[in-house]
Design a protein around this ligand. Structure first.
Ligand code: SF4
Length: 657
């Protein structure tokens, strides 16, 4: 059976929508295979077909590393076909719903312009929960029933992945499955299971396929679990509702990143996107122990790519894509054991060329300045970003971000004296135990930074931009039990801080101030720690027109609150219950049956340490990369281990490579 491209129907409509190029496909390194590619392949048998989505607009979705990696890993198999789809803007949605003489135009892939509903699997990667309404819109446009229970034999299996999938309960009704952790090997394992089931002529239909996925222990099928609620609204238990389904679903960890050097054929966007560079992930995981950081907690342990693989990936990626900027990614890139060697080796290799290197450096120490100087050999000194996160020393102890004010001042002094003129500092507001005074300390810190910059550089054009985000407690972190600060209090603290900065004429012009109001954080909080009842809220918001909630111009707090009031009526719980309420140890969290490897008692102990630090206790968790294991539980639970250098390898000059 072949599937017809919707492009001829779409083409006539493209002149009437904004940025039509985003729907056209055909990017350098994109792939369009025969719908029945397996038939003409060496492997033979049935073709397994994936539609992959990053549920945001093309300009945000295309650069997403996760989707690019899976797209390539899947398409390397001659019996698998993988295509991409992104969220369409409102004007295109209107065009598609109005359709033509054949009816509405369905959600389509940008590669083959095939209807998403015709694929075997529809995989969505969520790095943020604010993409949930976009998922519902894509399902609806694709003609796939919104609720998993209503899907038929011919509908795709809808699978969620990405960091938000570590608590997929708010979208449990809309997905067939969720995958926790690294996707590379899991998507191939899922493809194998689907292929086998198709080869056997689909025994037991969709239900049997989902069962085969669920019994692997790595793939969560929410429909196979029942949730019971207690009278007070809390969860009593989450238990499998059929034999053979595991009580807990484990995350997947990819070991040996050198064996998986993707993306090897980076996609080059046709339209403008948020990042136009080639990114190489230099390690995965982070064990620094910042208590607010979900990404650090759920991606443990640390696994480094070797310097040789990094060098090869950079060279190959530049050659295949033509990008002139290379980003070395990870959660804390300067922590790679051979980062100095990587920086020097790459800077030497590309000196005098048009290739520039960047390192998202967030650690506050002088070593970062040395690195930044290496990386800027070929480029401009635009600005350095550091993330002390907490305004006061007390707050930084609570969150286990052990940066002293002296460290920060020493670092910025080094930066300003090396010719940098602009430093960005990132903070959070609303952290557990925070007071107004802690937040006002941000202003003092910024002033000291400017004063030091003026002193060491002898110039007056020194700038410091203070960027502030609202803290949202996340599952699988020590702060998963914390109360979130309500948006009124968040806004009031930000207002006071802004006033203090403005009032000081000596510094006000040198300090930039960037922040968002507290409302989107409350919705993110609802979706992050929500349970299955929150699904009704998401559906209500989408039915009321909610889309692109990660975009401030499209986000409507009132719509979310009105929808929540309607959807949660009679449940005994409300938005405050999910967000601004502190939990205790015994409460069953919605994600407790999903195993990130972190030991619950360790997380709870770390939460207690945070509270003790708030009262002055001097407790610090160091990085298990350099110090003995502190028993977070991940390595024994997942059968993994830390993989770090040094390997002693060196990067050779490019001509020799
Ligand atoms: S189990 Fe130990 S070595 Fe492994 S990530 Fe946790 S603290 Fe580090």
């Amino acid at each position: 059976m072949s599937v017809t491209s919707v492009f001829p129907r779409l083409e006539a409509k493209l002149p009437s929508v904004q940025k039509p190029i985003q729907y056209v496909g055909g990017e350098l390194n994109s792939v369009v295979k025969d719908w029945d590619c397996a038939a003409s392949s060496e492997t033979g048998g049935p073709t397994v077909r994936w539609a992959l989505m990053y549920p945001d607009a093309y300009e945000v979705g295309l650069p997403n590393q996760g989707v690019q990696i899976l797209y390539e890993v899947l398409n390397e198999r001659d019996w698998i076909l993988a295509e991409r789809t992104y969220s369409v803007w409102a004007d295109m949605e209107q065009v598609m719903r109005t359709g033509d003489e054949h009816g509405p135009i369905p959600q389509f892939t940008v590669d083959g312009h095939r209807p998403v509903g015709a694929f075997d699997l529809f995989g969505l990667s969520f790095s943020t929960e604010l993409g949930y309404t976009n998922m519902l819109n894509a399902l609806d446009l694709a003609g796939i029933p919104l609720h998993a229970v209503d899907r038929g034999e011919d509908d795709p299996v809808v699978i969620a992945g990405g960091h938000a999938a570590f608590n997929p309960e708010p979208i449990a009704d809309f997905i067939d499955a969720a995958v926790l952790g690294d996707g590379e090997e899991v998507v191939l394992a899922i493809s194998d299971i689907v292929r086998e089931w198709k080869l056997e002529d689909r025994p037991g239909g969709r239900d049997e396929l989902l069962r085969r996925l669920a019994v692997t222990g790595n793939i969560y099928v929410p429909h196979f679990y029942d949730v019971a609620y207690a009278e007070d609204g809390a969860i009593e238990a989450v238990v499998p509702n059929r034999p053979g389904i595991p009580f807990r679903v484990r995350k997947h960890t990819l070991m040996d990143l050198d064996q998986w050097p993707y993306p090897a054929n980076p996609l080059v966007p046709l339209a403008e996107t948020v990042h136009e560079r080639f990114s190489v992930e230099i390690f995965r995981g982070c064990t620094r122990g910042c208590r607010f950081c979900q990404a650090g907690m759920i991606t443990r342990p640390v696994r480094e790519r070797s310097i040789k693989t990094i060098g090869d990936m950079v060279e190959n990626g530049i050659r295949k894509s033509g990008f002139e900027e290379v980003g070395l990614l990870s959660l804390s890139s300067a922590d790679h054991t051979e980062i100095g060697e990587v920086a020097k080796g790459l800077a030497d290799r590309y000196e005098g060329s048009n290739v520039s290197l960047s390192l998202p450096s967030t650690r506050v120490d002088a070593f970062n300045i040395t690195l930044a100087n290496e990386f800027s050999r070929n480029g401009r000194r635009s600005g350095l970003t550091f993330a002390p996160e907490g305004g006061s020393e007390r707050m930084r102890k609570v969150i286990n971000k052990m940066v002293t004010e002296e460290d920060l001042i020493r670092t910025v002094a080094a930066a300003y004296s090396h010719g940098w003129r602009q430093v960005k500092l990132y903070f959070m507001v609303g952290l557990p135990t925070e007071t107004d005074e802690d937040v006002l300390q941000v202003a003092e810190l910024a002033k000291r930074v400017i004063a030091k910059g003026r002193e060491v550089s002898g110039r007056n054009d020194i700038r410091c931009t203070v960027s502030i985000g609202g803290f949202v407690p996340k599952p699988h972190t020590p702060f998963q039990w914390a109360a979130q600060l309500d948006h009124e209090a968040t806004d009031e603290r930000l207002r006071q801080l802004r006033e203090v900065v403005r009032q000081d004429k000596k510094y006000a012009r040198a300090i930039g101030f960037r922040y968002h109001d507290g409302k989107p954080g409350i919705v993110e909080g609802l979706l992050s720690r929500g349970d299955r009842r929150v699904g009704r809220v998401i559906e209500e918001v989408w039915r009321d027109g909610g889309r692109f909630d990660g975009w401030s111009e499209h986000f409507s707090y009132d719509r979310w609150m009105d929808s929540a009031a309607k959807a949660l009526a009679g449940t005994g719980v409300d938005v405050d219950w999910y967000t601004t309420r502190e939990r205790d140890y015994d409460e069953v969290q919605p994600w407790e049956h999903l195993d990130s490897g972190l030991d619950k008692d360790w997380l709870w102990g770390d939460w207690e340490d945070a509270l003790a630090a708030a009262d002055g206790a001097d407790i610090e968790i160091e990085d298990c990369r350099w110090t003995p294991c502190y028993d977070c539980g991940v390595c024994p639970e997942m059968g993994t281990e830390i993989q770090v250098g040094p390997t002693g390898q060196k990067l050779l000059p490019l001509s020799v490579v």
